[in-house]
Design a protein around this ligand. Structure first.
Ligand code: RNT
Ligand code: ZN
Length: 425
């Protein structure tokens, strides 16, 4: 398997592409530079099937599921960090790393989730600092006996609700400490699984409880510029098919009212409902958005993201509006049926491709056509843009970023898989 015979051949292809793009008023070099600056948060939980370090042997509850039994998932923080580093080296662009509270390192001590503190993430913070990575964070409202009823922040049991409120507060302090230590605000994303398998008689009471629980979680003032609070909705989960307390409308209302970041997960809407159009609509009302780049397939909302039409549409939207300052991009999926590092790399490279393609769009020409009412030309240009020599620029971007070109990265993953096979099984 060889993408190019030699580097010259690739450079030649790139030069030809530069000329093609220049003819449409697009500067390919500037597009690569812009793409390289967009931070993308890689999710730690793809590395171990959302297992974490609390001693669980896998994800449980929460209406989410990692299916597959491909060997070799990371079993501890050092393996997870090593795998993430390998993934980083195979993906161009600026990366952040996204942690869940279940990835705390407590040196064998049992710390309940409501007692977690920044010190339990000291190793993660030191690691990120050394590598100049930003960190993001998530409280974990699943894989826990107090989440077994299917209700957490919206639970009718006050003691259960209070436990999760304390966890929510603890998580915000951790995120804020990460942001402070790394000089880059950490996004703290609240997603809860609460919902019901079958028709609830009262849809309002859990929502009222969730609203006041969230008010408590967000009540603490934390140092400015250290944390970005986000809330994430969902349409349904496994076991919460008929009703989800934190629906899209619920969190859209909550985020607008309180000026929070709204998280849109690409897999959390009706099967044909895409999120690209929601971006400009919501940015008129919320300060910013967090996007969970994912791929829904039938019942599952968490397949490995790809260079798909949906992801391309999302990236085009952010780029056309130049909304990068107000849109945070994170990956969110978990696949246990293929190599975990490869799953990170496929999704992250797919997203990078979509970002670069969007930056290469001859959008000035397309906009001019629209402004002048030449809608035939607008549609024709959009369609022609799809077959521009994008691949040559993508290859050059990978080369300049010091990452493998084409499928050459697969060899690095195979090497790691072979080297860790004996230990990890
Ligand atoms: C679940 C949400 C949530 C999780 C992670 C693990 O449906 O998408 O973002 O995937 O927090
Ligand atoms: Zn998500």
């Amino acid at each position: 398997m060889k993408t190019y015979q030699d580097k010259d051949e690739m450079e030649k292809a790139y030069e030809l592409a530069v000329a093609r793009y220049a003819g449409l008023g697009v500067d390919a070099g500037a597009a690569m530079a812009a793409t390289a600056k967009v931070p993308v948060s890689l999710h730690c939980w793809q590395g171990d099937d959302v297992t974490g370090f609390e001693g669980a042997d896998g994800l449980s509850g929460g209406g989410i599921l990692a299916t597959g039994n491909y060997p070799g998932r990371a079993r501890n923080a050092d393996e997870l960090r090593a795998d993430a580093e390998l993934a980083f080296s195979l993906v161009p662009g600026t990366k952040r790393f996204n942690l869940h509270s279940i990835y705390a390192e407590t040196a064998g001590k049992k710390i309940t989730r409501d007692e977690l503190a920044p010190e339990h993430f000291a190793r993660w913070i030191a690691w990120a600092k050394e590598r100049k990575l930003g960190l993001d964070f998530n409280p974990s409202f699943f894989s826990h006996p107090l989440a077994d009823s299917g209700y957490t922040l919206a639970s009718s049991d006050k003691a259960v609700r209070n436990f999760w409120i304390r966890h929510g507060k603890a998580s915000r302090r951790i995120a804020s400490a990460m942001g402070e230590a790394l000089g880059s605000p950490a996004v703290n994303n609240v997603w809860i699984p609460d919902g019901s398998k079958d028709l609830p008689a009262d849809r309002a009471a859990p929502r009222a409880r969730l609203q006041s629980a969230l008010d408590e979680v967000f009540s603490e003032k934390l140092p400015e510029g250290t944390i970005g609070d986000a809330v994430e909705s969902k349409l349904f989960g496994i076991g919460s098919e008929a009703y989800v307390v934190g629906s899209h409308e619920f969190y859209m209302g909550y985020a607008v009212k309180h000026g929070l970041k709204l998280c849109l997960d690409m897999g959390h809407f009706h099967p044909t409902e895409a999120i690209a159009d929601k971006i400009s609509a919501l940015l008129g009302f919320v300060p910013s958005l967090l996007l969970h780049i994912s791929r829904g397939v039938r019942w599952d909302s968490d397949h490995v993201a790809l260079f798909s039409d949906e992801v391309r549409d999302v990236c085009r939207e952010i780029t056309r509006q130049n909304a990068f300052a107000r849109v945070d991009i994170a990956l969110d999926y978990f696949d246990a049926s293929i190599n975990r590092v490869a799953a990170w790399v496929i999704g992250a490279r797919g997203l990078q491709k979509a970002l670069l393609e969007a930056a290469l769009e001859p959008s000035a020409l397309i906009r001019d056509a629209e402004k002048a009412g030449r809608n035939t030309e607008r549609l024709a240009l959009m369609e022609e843009a799809k077959t521009l020599p994008f691949a040559a620029v993508w290859d050059k971007y990978c080369l300049d970023q010091g990452t493998p070109v084409g499928p050459d990265w697969l060899a690095k993953v195979a090497e790691r898989e072979a080297a860790t096979k004996a230990a990890r099984g």
